[in-house]
Design a protein around this ligand. Structure first.
Ligand SMILES: *Cc1c(COP(=O)(O)O)cnc(C)c1O
Length: 347
């Protein structure tokens, strides 16, 4: 326990009026139908345990993606689903392959469960090189698509290449940001028994506070996850979470409208940051990953905080000069750009 190095979530400040662009939350609230459904669920039946299988939610997600409810495994946020997946599939005598630049929680799960990780370097442009995963002795593969914290997405053909190059182990594709402009691998599930796709309602459906995520895969993988879950917590999803999550899927219009707005703001923010001299990676997510050739990233993050703007900095070697900035409302993006104008002298 003394050696375990836990994941450090982005700061959730208790100070009001900070422009919070550090944890990739959606800047827009969920659909009013979500809050109504939660209020309704809260008014009846809280004395009873919830459905341990979250059947209604499974059916709703399956219906949305055109798959079978038995191919869906919901959990208490995708972090929990990821943890169960690492436990179920990656504890092997062969290493788990993952990019050296990716969601830092993956390495924490490896340490927690004693999984050996092998980090494969992303290229100079911080892109995942799928060809490098071929022919390696592996007990599993995990990638985020779009990747975090870069925002870069792989096309489905590259994901398929990965699935084919490691057919004997589970390839986990974490699609936390997929709704902001990448292609989901869910349509590949029926053809690849080794594919497990994980998604969350925290980002594109504005429900980070509700804690709902899920995995999609063929029945044998979902069954394994069910065994792990039922050996850990029979009721990971409470009644309110299920009611809210189902309502979020039912309001397609709200989902479409908010995600389109976020994508538009992202593209505008990218242009603004170019004008300030930043290099900005092309993003398929609700954040941008950027560096300034003349500004130290950690110092800039600290100074932005003094100006009331929170962004995320990772001190990991290859990305230590980058900032990850969540896409906010137009007002929040303007606040960021104005603060940057004060901090960065014009050439
Ligand atoms: C935000 C995020 C998650 C966690 O999502 P929750 O469902 O809120 O636990 C998982 N993976 C990546 C890459 C993320 O950015």
């Amino acid at each position: 326990m003394r050696e375990l190095v836990p994941y450090v979530p982005g700061e959730q400040p208790r100070i009001a009026n900070l422009v919070k662009l550090n944890t990739n939350e959606n800047p827009y609230p969920p659909s009013p139908r979500v809050t109504a459904a939660i209020a309704d669920a809260a008014s009846k039946g809280l004395e009873l345990y919830p459905d341990p299988e979250s059947t209604i939610l499974r059916e709703t997600i399956a219906d949305y993606h055109g798959i079978d409810p038995g191919q869906v495994f919901p959990g208490n946020g995708s972090d929990e689903v990821l943890a169960h997946s690492f436990f179920a599939f990656f504890q092997q005598d062969r290493p788990l392959l993952m990019p050296d630049v990716t969601y830092s929680f993956y390495r924490v799960y490896c340490q927690l469960y004693g999984i050996q990780a092998q980090l494969l370097a992303v290229d100079e442009a911080l892109q995942i090189d799928v060809a490098g995963y071929r022919g390696r002795r592996a007990g599993g593969v995990v990638i985020a698509n779009p990747n975090a914290p870069t925002g870069s997405a792989l096309p489905l053909t590259a994901v398929e290449q990965l699935l084919q190059s490691q057919p004997d182990c589970v390839v986990l594709v974490d699609e936390a940001y997929v709704d902001f402009g990448a292609e989901s691998a869910i349509p590949l599930v029926d053809r690849y028994p080794n594919l497990l796709v994980v998604q969350t309602l925290s980002k594109s459906r504005s429900l980070a506070g509700l804690r709902v995520g899920f995995a999609v895969g063929q029945r044998h993988l979902i069954e394994a996850l069910e065994r792990v879950k039922n050996s850990f917590n029979s009721y990971p999803l409470d009644r309110l979470a299920v009611a809210g999550a189902v309502a979020a899927y039912e309001d397609r219009e709200h989902f479409e409208q908010t995600r389109q707005t976020v994508m538009r703001s992202r593209d505008e923010l990218t242009v603004q940051m170019w004008r300030l001299g930043f290099d900005v990676l092309p993003s398929s997510a609700n954040f941008v990953f950027a560096r300034h050739p003349k500004q130290d990233a950690a110092a800039l993050a600290a100074r932005l905080r003094e100006h009331g703007v929170l962004v995320r900095h990772f001190s990991q070697p290859r990305i230590a000069q980058y900032l990850r900035i969540s896409v906010g409302t137009p007002v929040q993006c303007d606040a960021l750009v104005n603060a940057l104008r004060l901090l960065i002298p014009a050439d």
